[in-house]
Ligand binder design. Structure first.
Ligand SMILES: NC(=O)c1ccc[n+]([C@@H]2O[C@H](COP(=O)([O-])OP(=O)(O)OC[C@H]3O[C@@H](n4cnc5c(N)ncnc54)[C@H](O)[C@@H]3O)[C@@H](O)[C@H]2O)c1
Ligand SMILES: *[C@@H]1O[C@H](CO)[C@@H](O)[C@H](O)[C@H]1NC(C)=O
Ligand SMILES: *[C@@H]1O[C@H](CO)[C@@H](O)[C@H](O)[C@H]1NC(C)=O
Length: 302
């Protein structure tokens, strides 16, 4: 990928002075492909003719704020940004939602942009995916690139299900199934899952700030794969709109699936065998998302 890039940065008005600092840092990176940076507080400027949109800004939880109120504030933001995409962006725009609750925000944005195909909206679970790859790689003593086909199912939250039943690890002895490479089933079915599910909170506890570098890397991985496709025989995780799928995931959710990407179109990997252990974890995270969707859609209709 060596296409020149124009970056449009949107923030709320009180943050414009801070955004100027971000513009300065971007200029100071002397990035080879960056042609122009435009900072604005106006959606009609920020969303004009976009090829790609990365929606990062959302309402953070404040002291004493109820979950419902937080969701309501985010529905308002993503309805507005979805409508602005609908009005100003190219119809071929690829939209990646990062701001939390990412899955539900993505669904609201997609529903608020009826003239853009729902397939063009996705949410970020690549950070969770990368975390899972790295945990397995460290355990096996191999580089992260030697681990492929982990899956993150469901919501980008602690109910997500990091699944290694189809994961392969390249060891010096050759390519092995993850369970054979790790040789510790109880770790893979216990602490491994918990570590990936709670990694975001662990980073916040240590840094007193949420993941920044790793999130930015995951965003780059996600967008690069949309543009360039996934390697033959490999899949990655992203939150996409569920319609008919062989895994019994309910329709009309943004749910993280294993996908392969070719010619800028994703396809859910549909041939994987799912055991009862996996199925119950996939159902639990779907149940959480359905409840959140129904609350959010009530706000959207109001
Ligand atoms: N899905 C993931 O894997 C993942 C990973 C990391 C962070 N996140 C989420 O991404 C979001 C951003 O994280 P961060 O660490 O960059 O937060 P941050 O607070 O540093 O930055 C958020 C920015 O968004 C701006 N913003 C708020 N409302 C806006 C609006 N209506 N329009 C435009 N801009 C608006 C804020 O002013 C702020 O500058 C959070 O919700 C975080 O939880 C998700
Ligand atoms: C988005 O929409 C366009 C057609 O409008 C299509 O070419 C593109 O591949 C779509 N898919 C994704 C995943 O964004
Ligand atoms: C889904 O995940 C998001 C992001 O972590 C979280 O904010 C939200 O509360 C989760 N949904 C539910 C219903 O728990």
């Amino acid at each position: 990928m060596n296409a020149p890039i124009i970056l449009l940065l949107l923030d709320i008005t009180p943050m414009l002075p801070v955004l100027e600092g971000v513009v300065m840092e971007l200029q100071d990176c002397a990035l080879p492909l960056l042609r122009e940076v435009i900072a604005t507080d106006k959606e009609e400027v920020a969303f004009k003719d976009l090829d790609a949109a990365i929606l990062v800004g959302s309402m953070p939880r404040k002291e004493g704020m109820e979950r419902k109120d937080l969701l309501k504030a985010n529905v308002a933001i993503f309805r507005s940004q979805g409508a602005a995409l609908d009005k100003y962006a190219k119809k071929t725009v690829h939209v990646l939602v990062v701001g939390n609750p990412a899955n539900t925000n993505c669904l609201i944005a997609a529903k608020s942009a009826p003239s853009i195909p729902k397939e063009n909206f996705s949410c970020l679970t690549r950070l969770d995916h990368n975390r899972a790859c790295s945990q397995v790689a460290m355990r096996c003593g191999v580089p992260a690139t030697h681990v492929k086909n982990v899956i993150i199912w469901g919501n980008h939250s602690s109910t997500q299900y990091p699944d290694v039943h189809h994961c392969k690890v390249s060891m010096s002895s050759g390519e092995l199934a993850c369970f054979d490479a790790v040789k510790d089933d109880s770790w893979l079915k216990g602490d491994f899952i918990a570590t990936v599910q709670q990694r975001g909170a662990a980073v916040i506890k240590a840094r007193k700030l949420s993941s920044a570098m790793s999130a930015a890397k995951a965003i780059c991985d996600h967008m690069r794969d949309i543009w360039s496709g996934t390697p033959e025989g490999e899949f990655i995780s992203m939150g996409v709109y569920s319609t008919g799928n062989p895994y019994g995931v309910p329709e009309d959710l943004i749910y993280s699936f294993p996908v392969q990407i070719k010619d800028k179109a994703w396809k859910i990997v549909d041939s994987l065998a799912i055991n009862d252990f996996s199925k119950s974890k996939m159902d639990a995270t779907a149940a959480e998302l359905m409840e959140e969707r129904d609350t959010a859609l009530a706000f959207l209709a109001a």
